[in-house]
Design a protein around this ligand. Structure first.
Ligand code: PAF
Length: 281
């Protein structure tokens, strides 16, 4: 596997692949890779000739009081893991490389509406930062497809909207959530948890499964949401939300036959965790 840090070298590498008729896949990450990320790399590997994974802790998607400074950075371990999982190129830029005018003075890409809900309401500007860096990566790599995890469900919808609205000729693949044995969704932020908190955090997935079963039993959605919040609190978590929304656009459910998604964000100590589960109507 090749590690590339500069944009010109990356552009030359992908241009050569495209000229040779190769199908190019991009897996954008913030590094500190775990099994969840490697499942994205494997999904890319199965669909493309050249797999590029970016490892970049993107400053513009963190709020002023968030964990940008302490976000775990493990590029050597990431390189070893990516090589092992069949990645061809690790793109490891610095902030100066991706933001030549500085992160504050960057051109911004802003997706309307969706970012005002849920994660976007709690983390103002977060999805603009994501849309901005993902657009930069799309422009540099020009992939045929890009793989994102379904754990960040709202992010996946924002990216799909970005691609459709700006006309990027890129297929977006949503890869299933990978979980620990107790159901906890794999996340780089899990390492902020001590062993007791890790065990406690299993309540998030258990609550999502409970919500799924209650919705299948046609329980009123508002009641399911209220009880889900109570369950999370009983397990010692501080929920930001536990909601049931339209899977398509996170709007409030109307018709009974539309696909739905249950989403939870909850805090455990100083760690904030998110998870979701698709519900079949
Ligand atoms: O999901 C992530 O890790 C990040 O939001 C992404 C898509 C790599 C953009 O920085």
């Amino acid at each position: 596997m090749q590690t590339i840090q500069q944009t010109a070298e990356l552009q030359a590498r992908v241009a050569a692949a495209a000229r040779a008729g190769q199908r190019i896949a991009l897996v954008p990450t913030m590094g500190n890779l775990h099994r969840g990320h490697y499942s994205l790399v494997e999904a890319a590997r199965a669909r493309a000739d050249l797999v590029v994974a970016s490892v970049f802790v993107n400053p513009t998607q963190f709020g002023p009081n968030e964990d940008f400074a302490r976000y775990p950075r493990t590029p050597e371990a990431d390189a070893a893991g990516l090589a092992e999982h069949g990645c061809d190129v690790m793109f490891l830029p610095t902030v100066d490389v991706l933001y030549p005018y500085g992160a504050e003075r960057s051109v911004r890409v802003s997706v309307p509406e969706l970012p005002d809900l849920l994660e976007g309401a709690i983390r103002p500007g977060h999805f603009d930062g994501v849309a901005t860096v993902v657009s930069k990566l799309f422009n540099l790599v020009r992939p045929d497809l890009a793989v994102f995890g379904q754990k960040d469900y709202q992010q996946l919808l924002v990216i799909r909207r970005l691609v459709r609205d700006l006309g990027y000729p890129i297929e977006i693949v949503g890869a299933p959530i990978v979980r620990e044995a107790n159901g906890l969704a794999m996340s780089s932020r899990n390492q902020y948890l001590d062993p007791a908190q890790r065990a406690q955090a299993g309540a998030i997935h258990a609550t999502l499964e409970w919500m799924r079963d209650r919705v299948a039993a046609v329980a009123p959605l508002a009641m399911v949401e209220a009880e889900a919040v109570a369950r999370l609190q009983q397990a010692g978590l501080v929920p930001d939300y536990a909601v049931i929304r339209r899977a398509e656009d996170l709007g409030s459910p109307g018709r009974t036959d539309e696909p739905l998604v249950a989403l939870i964000a909850a805090r455990l100590g100083t760690t904030r965790l998110i998870d979701n589960i698709l519900l079949t109507p």
